[in-house]
Every structure is written in C-alpha cells, then in structure tokens.
Design a protein around this ligand. Structure first.
Ligand SMILES: Nc1ncnc2c1ncn2[C@@H]1O[C@H](COP(=O)(O)OP(=O)(O)OP(=O)(O)O)[C@@H](O)[C@H]1O
Length: 594
C-alpha cells in the first residue's frame, strides 16, 4: 500500500510539474461541476415543493439557484476540458522524457539483457499515455466522489435506507475492478507473445529483412508465425474480455436494482405522508443521475486502478535505475592521462542470462599509448572484453585497473567520458550530418573544424562532400529533405564519431569497418595506429577488434582469444615465430588473399 501511494505521488508529481495551474484547475473545476448535478436535483425538489405549497419565494429562490448552478457548471465544463488536454499533452511529453532518462541513463547494459526488465519496460512504453492521464483519472474520481457524497447526504435526509443506493454503486465499482483485473492479467500473460508478434511484423515489413526473406523464401513462414502468435494473444484477450463483460453486466444489474428499489421506497414513504412530492422528484432525479455517476465511477475507478498499476511499474523502473547505478566505493578521479596503461587480472565474466562464463581468467596488460588488437573466432569473447573495458559491466571476478586504480572506483559516466568507440552494430543517428558525427564529442559538436578533422581521420570526408548540403544535410529519408546513406557510408560516419574525442584514454574499434573492403580498412587502421603512436598526449590505449589479419598485424600487442580465454599474445612477429593459433590463422588468411 505504501509502495502504491509512493508510486501514485511520484506520477501525480509529474502531472503537476508539467502543468501546475492546469492540473489544479482540472481538479477544482471537476468538483464544482460534479456537485452541480445533485444540487440541480435539489433545486427540482424545491421547485416541486414550492409549486405544491404555493410558496412563490421558495420557487423563485430555487429557480435562481438552478440558473446559477447550471451556468457555473457550464463554464467549469469548458475550463475542465481545456485543462484536461493541456495536462495530458504536457505530462505526456514529460513522461516520455523521464522514461528516456530512466532507460537510457541506467549505468551499464546489463538491464537491457534481462528478460524481466525488457518485459516491464515494454509494458511501460506501451502504457505511458496512462501515466500522463493520472491527473485526469484523479480528477474524474474526485468528481464522482464529490457527486456521490453530496447525493448520499441528500438521500439520507429523505430516508437513511436510501443510503443503500450509493452502497450498491460500490458493489458495481468492485465488479468493475474485477473485470479490469482480468484484462490486465491477460495482457501481462501475453507480454512476451506480444513482443514476438511485433518482432515478426517488423521482420515481415522492414526493408532491412526484406532481402533475406525473399532470398530464403521465408516470407510465408514469418507470416504464419505472426498469425499463430496473434492467435495466442487474441485468444487470451478474448477469453478475458468475455469474462470481464459478464462481471460488468452483473454490475449493471446491481445498480438497476438499486434504482428501482429507491424509487419504490420513496413512493411508499410519500403514500404514508413521510415524504413530500418534492422528495419523490429529488430521489427520481438523484437515482437517475446516480446510475450514470456510478457508471462513471466504475470507468474512472478502473482507469485509476490501471494508472496505479502503471505508476507502480514506473516506480519500479525508477528504483531499478537507482539501484542499477553502480555504487562507487571510495571513488577515485579519472587520471588526465595514462602513465602505465590498463591491466586485467584474472578477469571472469558471464552475462546476466546465466548461461555461464564468457570470459575466464583473463590477465592482460594494455600499455599506455599501445595499439592492442583482439582476434579470435566468432563468440570468442572479444566484444565482451571491450564492453568490460568500456565500463558497461563490472567483471564478476578479477580486476581491471587503470594506472593501478580499480576501474570500478571511477564513476561510470566519468570513465565513459574518456572512452571513445566505434562499433560494428553502430547507431544510425538520423540527425544533420555534422551532428551525427559531432555527438561523439558534444562540446565540440558545433565546431566545423573538429567535425571535419574527425571525418578526415575516418576517411569519411568524401561521404559528406557528396551530400547535397554537405555537413548540414539531414540524414534519413523520413525527414524533410533527408537523404539515406549506404551501410558503408553510415559506418564511416560512426567511425568519425568515434574519432571526435580530443583526449580519450581508451579508444575502441570493435569491427567498425566490417562493411568496408579489406584494403580501405587496412589503410584506415594504419593511420589510426600512427596517430595513436604519435601520441595524443594522453597515453590513450587503442583497442582494435578485427577478423582481418592484414589489419591486425600492425598492432603493438595482438591478443588471441579462444573460448573466453587468452590463448596467446604478443607482437605479430613474436606470434608468427611461436607458430601457434595466430600463426596458423594468419597463414590461412594470407594464402586466401594470394
Ligand atoms: N548480451 C548477451 N547476453 C548473453 N550472452 C551474450 C551476450 N552477448 C554475447 N553473448 C555471448 O557471449 C559470447 C561471446 O560473445 P562476444 O560478442 O563477446 O564474442 P566476439 O568474440 O565479439 O564474437 P564476434 O566475432 O562474432 O563478434 C558468445 O557466446 C555470445 O553468445
């Protein structure tokens, strides 16, 4: 319960922070026009009683009150609707921002690889509009709550038994909640299938997969799987929807019984002289309104409970992001430059999916200023090692030190600010070209000379020179005037992004040139290595992952990984002379090129 309240308070705070005046306005005007409804029934009672008793003053007062209440309610309804849209829109934007901060700002990558995290985030993303509607759901509940309280007071004044009418409304409300629970449970039970369904749809309609679908003739297979998965999801949802409708119908019957019973009671009272004709008018009016108020209470109640559920998820994500932030014991400053370099001692690591060790007992020195190449078969652990060096995961066993200081003592963001990288699975930022490159070093993004220098270092100047507006060209065809690039051209820009940083301590190239031909890759890396050796003044270590031995050979240290362990390491000449795995693979590849 406390957790739920905390969750509610935190999402309500988002609504109030996004649009404070409108949120307050919505809550207050909602109460005014909700109360206007039972007060109108009271006016009707006064008018009928005034007519029966020929009391003109009372009649005029009641008509005046009715006019004032109706006009006030009308104004409030307009303002309420205006506030509602303003709050939804602004809170929606703020919720999206918060989500981006929580998901993207979480340290490391481990969370992205946990299925339970993915499921939760998937649900929150799907239902984020509900978080934006928390003020609306609260205002709705407050409205129906106020209307119910005022109605109850008026009914009790006629006869206490009439209080049963709003109580029956509560039974209806509870039945409504049960029906919503069924829908939510069905949705939760099919989250994974739903993700699969979307993935299959994406595969079946995206241009990226289109080529392979046709070449392998698997379009029908993907479509059939999509159909099967849809059936599973829809069957579960249909079953829940039927059961929920049954409960809602039962709720309707309960409130109808209350309506008929209340009118019967007041007629009996009036027959016995214990109620006035005005009381009959009041009860008929209130009972009729109560049915719709209860309907709204059920809807808002269900919406509110649903919002609470999403709010709890949101809170979970916020707490997760908080705890996932690596606590830094005795934090140390990241050195301005490397003197000795990086050292791994007995490093072991397995991914959070628990499938076992991916790296075992890795001990390795990466001297300051050195170019270190990682080679090995697919799945040998090269990228994993790079992720550990970049601080995306802490090692499970052993240590990684930077000039003798344990890497885990650096705040993750400080260390990563000194890491520059280009990956094979790079991101295609569809920004203007200079931004796509410049985000590699945000403070210098608007510095044309810095961007140009990075483009030239990456051999990507020709890509930009060929664009209609040069470095100002918008990338991505879905944007106005945007152009698309080839895979290799995107990769060259990603490489330039990785070369933006002026003073990195670690530069990582994880097969960023796989889409380029061997000759171009070789030329590029020769230049990177030369630049690294000429010294950037920071003693940066350059780590290069490549399957091309012609590129790898110029590295100062070559590390051969095999099944997550270091098989051998040394310079090209040392490894060839040793006649081990490297020598064998090198010979194989050079024979293929001869
Ligand atoms: N996110 C992940 N979750 C679970 N296992 C993973 C994950 N990423 C990689 N692995 C597993 O870790 C092992 C090493 O993968 P890694 O990507 O480090 O290899 P690699 O040497 O870079 O391979 P490649 O040359 O194919 O890029 C593989 O068995 C892979 O299946």
């Amino acid at each position: 319960m406390r957790e739920t309240l905390r969750a509610y308070a935190s999402v309500m705070a988002i609504g109030f922070r996004a649009a404070p005046r409108y949120a307050l306005g919505q809550l207050l005007t909602g109460i005014v026009f909700a109360v206007a409804v039972p007060v109108s029934a009271l006016c009707a009672k006064l008018i009928v009683d005034a007519a029966v008793t020929r009391n003109l003053d009372l009649g005029l007062f009641a008509v005046g009150l009715l006019a004032a209440v109706s006009a006030g309610a009308l104004v409030c309804v307009f303002y309420y609707v205006h506030c509602l849209f303003a709050v939804m829109e602004r809170a929606g934007a703020l919720v999206s921002e918060r989500l981006m901060t929580l998901v993207g700002g979480t340290d490391g990558l481990a969370h992205h690889e946990r299925p339970e995290y993915q499921d939760e985030v998937h649900r929150i993303r799907e239902e984020q509009h509900r978080l934006a509607s928390v003020v609306n759901a609260s205002a709705g509940l407050l409205r129906v709550g106020a209307a119910l309280v005022v109605s109850a007071v008026l009914l009790v004044a006629v006869h206490p038994l009439l209080l049963l009418l709003p109580l029956l409304a509560v039974v209806s409300l509870w039945l409504g909640k049960r029906s919503r629970d069924l829908a939510v449970a069905a949705q939760e039970a099919t989250t994974e299938q739903e993700r699969l369904r979307r993935h299959l749809f994406e595969l079946g309609t995206s241009p990226a997969a289109g080529k392979e679908l046709r070449v392998f003739g698997i379009t029908d297979v993907v479509r059939a799987r999509h159909h099967e998965t849809s059936e599973v999801v829809l069957r579960e949802h249909r079953r829940a929807a039927w059961r929920a409708s049954g409960l809602q119908a039962l709720g309707g019957v309960v409130s109808a019984l209350g309506y008929v019973g209340a009118i019967g009671l007041v007629l009996v009272l009036a027959g016995g002289g214990r109620a006035t004709p005005g009381d009959v008018a009041l009860v008929v009016g209130l009972a009729a309104q109560l049915t719709s108020t209860v309907g709204m209470a059920v809807l808002y109640g269900m919406e509110f409970l649903f919002v609470l559920k999403v709010a709890r998820r949101f809170r979970w994500l916020a707490d997760y992001a908080g705890t996932a932030r690596r606590p830094v014991d005795s934090p140390a400053p990241v050195p301005p430059a490397l003197r000795d370099g990086l050292e791994l001692r007995g490093v072991g690591f397995g991914y959070p999916d628990g499938t076992g060790d991916v790296l075992s007992d890795v001990s390795l020195r990466l001297p300051a200023g050195a170019v270190v190449a990682l080679v090995g078969d697919n799945g040998a652990g090269k990228t994993t090692l790079v992720k550990l060096l970049s601080g995306f995961y802490p090692p499970e066993r052993g240590t990684i030190t930077v000039d003798g200081v344990d890497l885990t003592r650096f705040p993750a963001d400080r260390w990563r600010a000194r890491v520059s990288a280009a990956f094979q699975d790079f991101a295609s930022f569809e920004f203007r070209t200079f931004e796509t490159v410049g985000v590699g070093d945000l403070p210098r993004m608007d510095d044309p000379a810095a961007v140009r220098a990075a483009l030239e270092r990456a051999g990507a100047a020709d890509v930009v020179d060929g664009l209609p507006d040069g470095s100002g060209t918008q990338l991505g065809t879905r944007w106005d005037g945007g152009v698309d690039l080839s895979g290799g051209q995107w990769q060259k820009l990603a490489l330039a992004r990785g070369l933006m940083d002026a003073d990195p301590l670690l530069v990582v190239f994880d097969e960023p040139t796989a889409a380029l031909d061997a000759h171009t890759e070789h030329g590029l890396f020769e230049r990177f290595a030369q630049a690294a050796r000429d010294g950037r003044g920071t003693g940066a270590v350059t780590v290069l992952v490549s399957h091309r031995f012609s590129t790898v050979r110029m590295a100062d240290v070559i590390v051969v990984l095999d099944g997550g362990r270091i098989r051998e390491s040394g310079s090209h000449d040392q490894l060839v002379a040793a006649g081990g795995l490297y020598a064998e693979l090198y010979e194989l590849q050079s024979r293929a090129y001869r």
